[in-house]
Design a binder for this molecule. Structure first.
Ligand code: PRP
Length: 186
């Protein structure tokens, strides 16, 4: 057995089905499109976890936008953030005077987005907001909340829809809870 069947074997529970995610992403896109009517936005994808969410969100939005990408990593292959945020790729476009929306897959300790919002604010955008698919407020270590949030979820190890374990599971179309035996001992 290989591929998605193999991955599904390591999932104890489907937390968010593909249908539920798609419905919520459309709602977020509608809300953002209303809020930014008449404005041009830069939708910023935080690689790699946000890639799937970003692609669905962008296609459901109905306003003019430019897309840009930033590579950021704070976890590496570990389960807990190191608190050190590493930029592997910066944006290509200038955001000075522009409306920026950060698309992120998950807010956990909040360290990554705290660091990122401070960095991007120093570049003087017209506005800066966070759109996060998943929020785990129980794990927060900084005072930060997303402006747009897809789902508040419990403190469980989730993968799929962009979220990984050791670089895998990102291509599952749903968000599932990884069985502890898969990651225990790592
Ligand atoms: C994940 C996620 C966020 C960050 C959230 O990235 O995509 O960027 O962790 O955690 P925090 O709120 O505790 O800072 P990760 O470092 O796993 O990289 P990836 O997106 O490439 O998987």
């Amino acid at each position: 057995m290989w591929g998605k069947e193999f991955m599904a074997q390591n999932i104890s529970e489907v937390l968010l089905t593909e249908e539920r995610i798609q419905k919520r992403v459309k709602e977020l896109a509608d809300q953002i499109s209303r809020d930014y009517q008449g404005k041009e936005v830069v939708l910023l994808c935080i690689l790699k976890g946000a890639c799937i969410f970003f692609a669905d969100l962008a296609r459901a939005m109905t306003i003019h936008m430019q897309m840009d990408f930033m590579g950021i990593s704070s976890y590496g292959d570990a389960q807990k953030t190191s608190g050190i945020v590493r930029i592997s790729k910066d944006m290509d476009t200038s955001i000075t005077g522009r409306h920026v929306i950060i698309a992120e897959d998950i807010m956990d300790s909040g360290l990554t987005l705290t660091y990122l919002t401070q960095l991007l604010s120093s570049r003087n955008p017209a506005s800066l907001r966070i759109c996060c698919l998943l929020d785990k407020p129980e794990r927060r270590e900084c005072e930060i909340t997303p402006d747009y949030c897809g789902f508040i979820i419990p403190n469980k190890f989730v993968v799929g829809y962009g979220l990984d374990y050791c670089g895998e599971y990102r291509n599952l179309p749903y968000v599932g809870v990884l069985k502890p035996e898969v990651y225990s001992g790592s």
